[in-house]
Write a protein that binds this ligand. Structure first.
Ligand code: PZK
Length: 331
């Protein structure tokens, strides 16, 4: 499909080796639920998630450098244009950096059993979906494919990464979450929780990797109608889960996922497009635009801060860019 050797097939994305220094991440239209993949795909899902990642990588580039090099132009194979990212190859950290602003998923389960999530004690009496007093960092270790990630406490994270790196990852993650959630809230969306992945770049510094604040890596909820006490499906998969858990689907929680009916596929596609438009203010019809064209036009879309930027001869001097917070300056 691409001229590059496959590195790792994922559930819904595939990874290809482009060179010693670069990888291609290709998002498919596949959709998953309950850790499984449906036999039916959702048209444009791969394009929406790729466009959304690019939006967030640019929006949050002042918090931390990221692995994004480019998403259009001669380095992107035509067959995957719009749903592929060329990224800097990193030494990936063996922890997933999860930040929770609300109590959902495995966090709610851990809280019910112990009153804490990943060693972070929480006030008693919180209902499912409740907003937390403040966002918390709840790391996990990456499981082998098919298995569930295991939540760990911060001391375990320190024993894996070392104290300085673990603290840098935690502070970067919390700042990325706060910034992302604030922007989403302006458009009526809550970010219940999200997962970040990091690596170490060629210069030895911490770099943000993977996808960023997509519906596959973040749990988005519609702010309207949010009530603690009821578990809620994420904004994007509402129709899928409603249909799957209704008796009409005939699914028994054990068998392979059944094909999705066309109306569920259509409604789900519209949810992804709506999420993209709400969050970015952009239309998918304009995606992708070659970053070389963006540079010519002034304004904030012309700014970029990805890893590829560091080598961009057209890049403006650092003095014109937003500074990262003092806590996140590289050592
Ligand atoms: C990397 N994954 C997860 C698995 C996917 C993604 N910049 C990077 N450098 C080195 N390795 C990775 C990255 C990133 N991002 C990401 N595994 C390794 C993964 C399968 C498909 F699209």
């Amino acid at each position: 499909m691409t001229p590059h050797p496959p590195l790792a097939p994922g559930k819904v994305r595939d990874l290809y080796a482009v060179s010693d220094d670069h990888l291609l991440i290709v998002a498919s239209d596949r959709i998953s639920a309950f850790e499984r993949v449906f036999p039916t795909s959702v048209p444009d899902k791969g394009r929406v998630l790729t466009a959304m990642s690019v939006f967030w990588f640019r929006e949050l580039a002042d918090v931390l450098p990221n692995h994004l090099v480019t998403w259009d132009g001669p380095l992107i194979p035509e067959s995957v244009r719009g749903r592929a990212l060329l990224v800097e190859r990193l030494d990936m950290l063996p922890v997933e950096a999860v930040v929770r602003g609300y109590l959902a998923g495995s966090g709610y389960g851990d809280y019910c059993r112990s009153g804490a999530v990943c060693g972070v004690a929480l006030p008693p009496g919180l209902a499912e979906s409740a907003r937390l007093p403040e966002p918390i960092f709840t790391p996990s270790t990456k499981a082998r494919p098919g298995e569930r990630d295991e939540n760990i406490d911060f001391d375990t994270c320190v024993s894996v990464l070392g104290r300085a790196l673990a603290e840098e990852v935690r502070e970067a993650s919390l700042e990325l979450y706060r910034r992302g959630a604030a922007r989403a809230a302006e458009q009526g969306l809550l970010v219940a929780d999200t997962k970040f992945e990091f690596g170490i770049g060629a210069d030895g510094g911490l770099v943000l990797a993977d996808e960023l604040l997509t519906p596959d890596s973040a749990r988005y909820w519609l702010a309207e109608g949010h009530r603690p006490g009821v578990g809620r499906p994420s904004f994007d998969k509402q129709h899928v889960r409603d249909w799957l858990t209704a008796t009409a689907s005939g699914w028994d929680c054990v068998s392979e996922l059944p094909p999705l009916p066309l109306d569920v596929v259509t409604a789900t596609r519209e949810r992804y497009l709506e999420a993209y438009h709400r969050i970015t203010g952009l239309s998918l019809a304009d995606w992708p635009r070659d970053p070389a064209d963006l540079r010519q036009s002034p304004g904030r879309l012309g700014q970029c801060g990805g890893a590829g930027d560091r080598r961009d001869p057209h890049r403006e001097p650092d003095v014109h860019r937003p500074r990262r917070p003092a806590a996140l300056q590289p050592r």
